[in-house]
Every structure is written in structure tokens, then in C-alpha cells.
Design a protein around this ligand. Structure first.
Ligand SMILES: *Cc1c(COP(=O)(O)O)cnc(C)c1O
Length: 366
């Protein structure tokens, strides 16, 4: 058996005709830039997050970058985020002109450690970006307390957490702003790049509308130096179709995760956290093994593709050596980088496939 790490085609098959009709509609109307579907999708997505406003942008990275700018963050400021995130979170902080400050993560949840975070606050700290890594909500009660106490902006990196809940409330509704990616393999993915920022604040919303569109409110009147960072109408039209299935697809991910949990319960691997007060949407199903590289190779030899998210922590990447961190600065992040393994996870993965992967892992122990 050959089992891919992700197979987007499986969820696309059932919606092919609907998507093609939506694409055809955009082509017929010709409103490719900031067309009708962008605004309709923004309205639908803001409701989904229980917030007032949403602004479609060109990627999750741009969502984070522009959200920081819309909150007034820039040169001279410090922004704290998790050390084990995808590099885009940290790149976005750099793009804004602010300095990224990394915090190690809680070994139980893989998300930013609130105590580590507290210790990093200086007079220059202006914002915190918790990352809901793998689709598991960060510890928002503790993080919101810290943000409130120190008067810091809170921006959620929800790029892996579409539809996740924390204590019954949607991820995306906790921060001053929250950022989502529509990279094709995300829980809600476009047919290309895309992203969105959601917020309850009118001022952040109006800043974002300018920032994504050359700093212009009215054609050829440019109030600030903005960017060309819009969500394409074609992508918005495709996303509106796919959006109707997000709950179903998240449920399929959860069912797949529960099956893995059951079948791997006796294995030598550590299974993902299951915080009862949250709804994990399993963008990734990540186990830990002391023999990760051997296990990965063994699975590969048996036809199973896996991933590592992420093999080189941001502070050890060439791009961020200038931050001055060194090996040993983030012990949990560094330890996990050698142990984590993302198993095949996508809507439409079959029980047979999950059994096949799980049996291989259980055998590997012996
Ligand atoms: C995917 C991702 C991003 C970036 O999103 P893009 O749309 O690829 O730019 C940022 N942060 C996290 C945690 C992500 O997973």
C-alpha cells in the first residue's frame, strides 16, 4: 500500500463541479481584483470566527505582516512568538520592522509557554503572537491575562487552526486580530495562495483595507505606503465553495485522529495532546519518538509518507542567525525537533490506511 502524507484531490473530487461553476462565474463577471466573492467570503469568514470584520489578503504570511502593521507595530518594537513555529510567523515580524523574540514551548501542548513568555517582556514589547500549532489552541486564558496586564497587542497565528475552539469559543475571536492561511494543504485551502485577517476593531479593519491595497481608500488617492497584498477573487470564489465543507472536513480529521489514538495507544510513541476544553482540528497529527529518523525511514520503505513540522527550529535557521540565539536556548523546541513525526492526515484518509500506518508503527516497537 502507498499512503501519501496529504491527498488534497480526495476532498476536491466531490466538489469539482461546484468549484468549476464558481470559477466560471468569476471569469464571466471579470471582477478579478477585489470582486464580489472577496467581500462575500469575508462576511462569511468573520461570522465563522464570531468577529465583526475580515480582510482577505494574499497569504497567511501577509495576514500576519499586515496585522502587525495595522496594530501600529514597527521598527523599535519587540514581538514575542513561539520558538517552534513555521518560519513565516517570524518572517512576518521582521517584515513589519519589529524584532522577533522567541519563547520556548510547553512540553505538553507544543504551544507557547506562558511562563517563558512572561519573562521576555521588556519596555519594548508591543505584541504577542501565540501560534495554535497543528490545530491545537494555545493556552489563551494565560496569554490574554499577560497581554492585558502589560497592555500588549495580541495577534493569533491561526494559520493551522480554522474551526478550532478554545473553551467553546472560536479561535480567531481572542486576539486584537487573528490570521489564517489558505495555502492549499491547510484545513481550508485555496487553489494557490491566500489568507485572511479577522478583527473586532474598526481601526485595525480600516488600516488593513488600506494596507492590502496600495494604501488606497479611493482609486489613486494613497494615504499611506501600502502593499499589493489582496486575496484574488478567483481564490475567494473557490474558498466560498470549500468553506461549506470545513465542518465536515474537520470532523473527518478528528475521526482519523481518534482512530490513530486508539490504534497507537500501546505503541512506544507519544501521542498528540488532547485538552478536553479545546477542539483540536488536527491540521497535523504529530507523534513523538526517540527513534524518529529510523521510524520515518521504516515507514517510507513501507510506502508511508510522513512529515516533520519543523526539523530546524527558526532560531537555528540561517535566515535568523542575526537574532543571536544559539543551540540550547530553547530546550523543548530543540528536543522536539528531533522527535516529532507528522503522520498522514487529511479528510478522506481511510480506516484501512490508518490501520496500515498504525500497525507498522506498533510493529516497529518490537
Ligand atoms: C502556513 C503557515 C503560515 C503562513 O501561511 P502562508 O499562507 O503559507 O503564507 C504562518 N504560520 C503558520 C503557523 C503556518 O502554518
Amino acid at each position: 500500500m502507498k499512503i501519501p502524507f496529504v491527498d488534497i484531490q480526495r476532498s476536491h473530487k466531490a466538489i469539482h463541479n461546484e468549484v468549476m461553476a464558481a470559477i466560471q462565474n468569476v471569469i464571466s463577471r471579470g471582477d478579478f481584483i477585489l470582486g464580489k466573492d472577496v467581500e462575500l467570503f469575508e462576511n462569511e469568514f468573520s461570522k465563522f470566527c464570531s468577529v465583526k470584520y475580515a480582510v482577505g489578503v494574499s497569504s497567511g504570511t501577509e495576514a500576519l505582516h499586515l496585522a502587525l502593521r495595522a496594530c501600529g507595530i514597527g521598527s523599535g518594537d519587540e514581538v514575542i512568538t513561539a520558538a517552534n513555529t513555521f518560519i513565516a510567523t517570524v518572517l512576518a515580524i521582521s517584515y513589519s520592522g519589529a524584532k522577533p523574540i522567541l519563547a520556548d514551548v510547553d512540553p505538553d501542548t507544543f504551544n507557547i509557554d506562558a511562563d517563558a513568555l512572561k519573562k521576555l517582556i521588556t519596555p519594548k514589547t508591543k505584541a504577542i503572537i501565540p501560534v495554535h500549532l497543528y490545530g491545537h489552541p494555545a493556552n489563551m486564558d494565560a496569554i490574554m491575562d499577560i497581554a492585558k496586564k502589560h497592555n500588549l497587542r495580541l495577534i493569533e497565528d491561526a494559520c493551522q487552526a480554522h474551526g478550532a475552539l478554545y473553551k467553546g469559543k472560536p479561535i480567531g475571536s481572542f486576539g486584537d486580530a487573528a490570521c489564517f492561511s489558505f495555502y492549499p494543504a491547510k484545513n481550508l485551502g485555496a487553489f494557490g495562495d491566500g489568507g485572511i485577517v479577522v478583527t473586532n476593531e474598526a481601526e485595525i479593519f480600516s488600516n488593513l483595507m488600506l494596507l492590502r491595497n496600495y494604501g488606497s481608500r479611493k482609486k489613486y488617492e494613497h494615504d499611506i505606503k501600502g502593499f499589493n497584498s489582496r486575496l484574488d477573487t478567483l481564490q475567494a470564489a473557490i474558498l466560498r465553495i470549500k468553506f461549506k465543507y470545513i465542518e465536515k472536513w474537520n470532523t473527518l480529521r478528528k475521526e482519523a485522529a481518534e482512530l490513530y489514538n486508539k490504534m497507537l495507544s500501546g505503541s512506544c510513541c507519544e501521542l498528540p495532546p488532547q485538552d478536553k476544553s479545546s477542539r483540536h482540528v488536527y491540521h497535523l497529527y504529530v507523534i513523538r519518538s526517540k527513534q524518529r529518523d529510523k521510524l520515518r525511514e521504516y515507514l517510507k520503505e513501507n510506502g508511508v509518507d510522513t512529515g516533520i513540522h519543523y526539523p530546524i527550529p527558526v532560531h537555528l535557521c540561517g535566515a535568523f542567525l542575526d537574532l543571536g540565539y544559539k543551540k540550547g536556548d530553547f530546550p523543548v523546541t530543540e528536543k522536539y525537533a528531533n522527535e516529532i513525526l507528522s503522520l498522514p492526515m487529511f479528510p478522506g484518509i481511510t480506516e484501512k490506511e490508518i490501520s496500515f500506518v498504525s500497525e507498522l508503527i506498533n510493529k516497529f516497537k518490537n
